[in-house]
Design a protein around this ligand. Structure first.
Ligand code: ASP
Length: 337
């Protein structure tokens, strides 16, 4: 039943009864905004903003934005990142637009920009996700080139360090204690979290939302492991009537709770983006119980009005918000435990 309470909730999101039954994108007058995960988001936002400030499409903005991070060798995203436990860098990415079109690649090797391949999957195939060799073959058929094999210098060093102690035990809890980065993002000496993903969502001048997510997954993961980032509804979800959200952190747990889809559904019920992220995080805490202390998960979200918010499990997650050439700032997210 559509009651007064529901109406007030929807009004607080700028959605009226008409909007609830079928929102039509506005055509002018929206203030574009792009938000993205972690501090690497600052540079990624700059590239996305170039598209948005010229009234470009949010889809192009989120693709071009995260490509910056994929190219950056010093970062934990893209081919410069830490490998799996067999020494190979394998990449996951997904993208979603305002029409619920989506595309993803997983377990992709030697391709510099998996996000571009994800977009090609979305636009040029009848499928949503391609993985491994098939994804690579598809990329080549679309004109992408194979990058040379091997690890970046930093990744090589990290991998050698990891190999010294690796017992190659597929029991997650045992390995977790010995090599935290194998399955759980680990705290760095400065107290921040080791992370491997950039997720970005944007609202364009036409009032449309899109999102992207790209990662090397977790360092020293089992070969073939795929996280949440390429899974629509887990690492990324966009509903142009409501909002868009991305996740970062322990992918297995984000998948377990249908992370970003949950955030969007909470926003649909009337929660503001930050509140929706918090509610979703509370659900995760309930599932994980005392084990929640071993992991980090974070959500960021943007609604149809350009309001944004985030929440993480543990202290140390930040996200970058950009609404102008000189308005691109990092915000420390609130945390649950
Ligand atoms: N969510 C990513 C994964 O599990 C990793 C991360 O965000 O750090 O693959």
């Amino acid at each position: 039943m559509f009651n007064r309470r529901k109406f007030l909730q929807l009004s607080s999101l700028g959605l009226t009864a008409a909007g609830f039954s079928g929102f039509r994108p506005k055509t002018a007058g929206n203030q574009p905004i792009v938000i993205s995960t972690w501090d690497a988001g600052i540079d990624a936002n700059k590239a996305a903003w170039k598209v948005l400030r010229n009234k470009g499409r949010a889809l192009d903005a989120v693709e071009q934005g995260v490509m910056v991070t994929e190219s950056s060798q010093g970062c934990c995203v893209g081919l410069g990142a830490n490998p799996d436990r067999d020494g190979y860098v394998t990449l996951d990415a997904s993208i979603m637009d305002e029409f619920a079109n989506c595309g993803a690649v997983a377990f992709l090797e030697r391709i510099k920009h998996p996000i571009q391949v994800a977009r090609k999957v979305m636009e040029n195939t009848p499928h949503v996700m391609l993985v491994g060799e098939g994804a690579q073959q598809f990329a080549l058929s679309q004109g992408f080139v194979l990058e040379k094999e091997g690890l970046s210098k930093d990744a090589e060093t990290e991998y050698k360090k990891w190999l010294e102690k690796s017992e190659y035990k597929p029991v997650i809890n045992i390995e977790n204690k010995k090599h935290q980065t194998a399955f759980a993002p680990a705290r760095l000496s400065d107290g921040s979290w080791n992370h491997d993903t950039i997720g970005m969502v944007a609202l364009d001048a036409a009032g449309n939302l899109s999102g992207s997510c790209t990662t090397s997954g977790q360092g020293f993961k089992m070969r073939g492991r795929v996280g949440d980032s390429p899974i629509i509804g887990a690492g990324l979800f966009v509903d142009n009537e409501v909002g868009a959200a991305v996740a970062t952190g322990q992918g297995e747990d984000v998948i377990r709770m249908g992370g970003t889809h949950t955030v969007i559904e909470l926003m649909r019920q009337g929660y503001a983006p930050g509140q929706a992220c918090k509610k979703a995080m509370e659900r995760l805490l309930k599932i994980k119980g005392s084990k929640a202390k071993e992991i980090q998960v974070a959500f960021i979200a943007l609604n149809k009005n350009g309001e944004h918010g985030a929440y993480c499990l543990q202290k140390g997650f930040n996200y970058a918000v950009c609404t102008g050439d000189d308005q691109n700032t990092l915000i420390e997210a609130k945390y649950l435990i």
